[in-house]
Design a protein around this ligand. Structure first.
Ligand code: PLP
Length: 410
């Protein structure tokens, strides 16, 4: 198998598993217990919190462990809205992850606080939402250009007195395109609006320093940087409002109820430490490999096109449209050849919908139905990419041959 889907999830590193093992075997106590066997695990959690905090340049007390980034994203937006009951407007983009978009869609269509004058709101796919029966939130989905870039002037224009929160990601999961988060944070600050940043796809790939990008909330998930699945984190700026979404016990200083999963937390901490250690080499190792794969696909396979800005992108992601070839057909053939790639977010892989990200970038083309995302990692080798390239060439050619035969017989 050649795994080229590292934006979907990554394997657990051996050092991470090793760090977790005692807490999966002998040290299985409950950190909230009064006796030492459990209570001693509190300090283990705090060490992991420090490791995660160091990855993003914040104080450990401002990091809350969650179950995943989907929870972190939902919790951040909910907290911002709850703190601003009079403000009924959210600004996000058309290319966010479904954990932000579907949350916004749900808030638009149901709402959970008093009435709001309802108007028509454009959905992320460019459609118009049906009229509401219940009061909801107004959502502005900012567009992106053909390269997947956001215009700051659009953000400036979208923010109003009614805006409670801006939720804009750091790096896109499908194209790797980087949003100008520093300027976004500055704009939100100067306009007095809370800023939530989904930094899931930036962690371990680019430097995240919340001192330079003063977001109010920032979401992470462990499995995108070699920790296990099922553990995430939410940074909340000390002075920014927060109220728990998961109510329960006093865990996480009353900010997130539920018995802490010590092994997963330890795994995320260790993975964060390693991600920080390896970050200086990441670009150097990964970018030339990705660039070579991308270049060779684009030059050797006819009718292919890059999706996403050439340089303003994380180093590991190549998103390519193979015109005329259905993504699913190509993925099936690649799978038979042992190549794992994807046609967008893994969270939406079982839906028939074409990529909403590519659709937002190239709305009047079929590019969104014909794209493949290849996402590599520091452990991916040049030899693997050479084999993958040959497989992609073979599969694309085979599919085009079948299509040509079909159109000749029709
Ligand atoms: N945000 C982005 C940009 C993602 O890529 C993902 C996962 O693919 C998520 C959020 C959701 O992460 P999780 O699976 O931890 O809920």
């Amino acid at each position: 198998m050649i795994y080229l889907d590292h934006n979907a999830t990554r394997p657990i590193l051996p050092e991470v598993l090793e760090a977790m093992m005692p807490y999966l075997t002998t040290e299985w106590g409950n950190p909230s217990s009064a006796y030492k066997f459990g209570a001693k695990l509190k300090s283990v959690i705090e060490t992991a919190r420090e490791q995660v905090a160091e990855l993003i340049g914040v104080h450990p007390l401002d990091v809350i462990f969650t179950s995943c980034a989907t929870e972190s994203n939902n919790a951040a937006i909910a907290a911002a809205l709850k703190a601003n009951p009079g403000k009924r407007h959210i600004v996000t983009s058309q290319v966010e992850h479904s954990s932000v978009l579907n949350n916004c869609m749900a808030l638009f269509s149901s709402g959970f606080t008093p009435p709001f004058p309802v108007g028509e709101v454009t959905s992320p796919s460019g459609g118009v939402n049906p009229p509401l029966r219940e009061p909801g939130y107004r959502v502005t989905y900012l567009p992106v250009d053909r390269d997947g870039l956001l215009k700051l002037a659009d953000l400036e224009a979208a923010i109003t007195e009614q805006t409670a929160v801006v939720s804009l990601m750091w790096a896109n999961n499908e194209t790797g395109v980087l949003f100008p988060v520093e300027q976004i944070a500055d704009i939100c600050r100067s306009r007095g609006v809370l800023y939530h940043c989904d930094a899931v796809q930036a962690a371990g790939k680019v430097e995240i320093d919340v001192r330079k990008v003063p977001a109010d909330y920032l979401s992470l998930t462990g499995h995108k940087f070699h920790a296990p699945k099922g553990i995430g984190a939410l940074y909340v700026r000390r002075k920014s409002p927060f109220s728990p979404m998961v109510h329960g016990g006093h865990q996480e200083r009353n900010r997130r109820g539920g018995t802490e999963s010590v092994p997963l937390i330890v795994g995320m901490g260790k993975a964060a430490e390693l991600a920080r250690k390896h970050l200086p080499d990441y670009e150097k190792k990964v970018r030339p490999l990705r660039d070579e794969l991308e270049e060779r696909i684009l030059t050797s396979i006819p009718d292919t096109e890059l999706n996403g800005h050439k340089t303003q992108r994380v180093a590991n992601t190549a998103n390519i449209t193979f015109h005329g070839i259905e993504s699913e057909a190509l993925l099936i053939l690649l799978d038979k050849e042992g190549i794992c790639a994807s046609s967008g977010s893994a969270c939406l892989a079982d839906s028939d919908e074409p990529s909403h990200v590519i659709k937002a970038m190239k709305p009047h083309t079929a590019a969104s139905r014909h794209m493949i995302r290849f996402s590599i990692d520091a452990a991916t080798t040049r030899a693997q990419l050479g084999l993958a390239l040959c497989a992609v060439q073979r599969c694309a050619e085979a599919l085009r041959r079948v299509m040509a035969q079909r159109s000749a017989t029709n």
